[in-house]
Design a protein around this ligand. Structure first.
Ligand code: NAD
Length: 275
């Protein structure tokens, strides 16, 4: 089954399933990227701060798919907030990855105490207008951060990539994204495996003959997110996209909804200012 595309508010689209390459070293990254593409993945989620943009680019060049079919994301790191620094950061990512355009660039974190995300956003808008980036978005933005961007620039992010997993469902942010026409993209979608043994996940896995990870990824798909699980293992890369041939029932979706515990894997965006 082909991976569905989600429409973006800028007229483009994004694959609903992809992979992330956080914490994958330079020796491993090219093989992971090219194997994932060989298996059918087209969306690769990277970032400057992951330190592997060059090896990600190497993997993209080895991958058995034309550039036009790939969807490559990078992110502007906290230390590069501000208009001029963000512009240079995007140019740097293009150079390191070895591309003449990125499909998506995100502001990695809002860093509200720095208070430079509106200027950073202006640099993303210019990069898009210059053809360096096809779509622009944000990550870890709360509704008040989104509204400042929209009010001050008139440009709504296409994507807001935020933590979403069964123990941290982030329902308010997801609803705020929907209300603004923004696609939610789930990071740490498997939630560090913390709910793999929960009865709601186990029961759905045994009924469908799928793994706990596949049940969780299917839950994301049915909620309408884009999702970017990470693995370096070929069998997990394959099984993580093999989630399109079954459906969770309403009762199973409701049981998973009850696993929400407000239990984050990552930092709170209101407080994360690390540069
Ligand atoms: P994830 O939820 O994708 O989980 C990764 C872990 O799950 C790894 O230990 C992996 O070995 C294991 N795993 C993968 N597939 C499995 C399977 N089928 N069965 C059992 N275990 C499996 O977590 P993540 O890497 O934190 O998040 C995914 C991606 O999201 C990252 O690679 C990165 O691209 C992105 N991300 C973005 C932000 C942000 O601030 N924007 C933050 C964190 C992660």
């Amino acid at each position: 089954t082909a991976i569905p595309q989600l429409p973006l508010n800028d007229g483009r689209s994004i694959p609903q399933l992809g992979i992330g390459v956080w914490q994958i070293d330079d020796a491993t990254t090219p093989g992971v990227v090219s194997t994932a593409v060989e298996l059918g993945v087209r969306l690769i989620d990277g970032a400057f701060i992951y330190g592997n943009e060059a090896s990600m680019g190497e993997g993209l060049r080895q991958a058995p798919a034309p550039r036009a079919d790939l969807f490559v994301t990078s992110k502007v790191w906290n230390a590069d907030q501000g208009h001029d620094a963000a512009r240079a950061a995007i140019d740097g990512s293009l150079k390191r990855i070895g591309l003449d355009y990125l499909d998506l660039v995100l502001i990695h974190w809002p860093c509200p105490a720095q208070d430079r995300y509106v200027d950073t956003w202006r640099a993303l808008i210019e990069a898009r207008d210059a053809g360096k980036v096809r779509s622009i978005g944000v990550s870890n933005f709360n509704p008040d951060h989104l509204d400042r961007l929209i009010d001050e620039t008139g440009v709504t992010p296409a994507v807001n990539q935020v933590e979403i997993n069964p123990r941290f469902q982030n329902a308010e942010i997801r609803a705020a994204n929907v209300a603004r026409g923004i696609v939610s993209q789930a990071w740490t979608p498997l939630g560090n495996g913390k709910s793999f043994d929960a009865p709601a996940i186990r029961d759905a896995a045994s009924r469908t003959g799928k793994s706990p990870a596949q049940v969780i990824l299917r839950w994301h798909i049915q909620l309408g997110h884009s999702v970017i699980p990470r693995s370096t293992k070929r069998d997990h890369l394959a099984s993580n996209i093999d989630v399109l041939d079954f459906e969770l029932t309403e009762a199973e979706m409701a049981a998973i909804a009850k696993l929400d515990a407000g239990d984050r894997c990552g930092p709170d965006p209101r407080e994360f200012e690390v540069v």
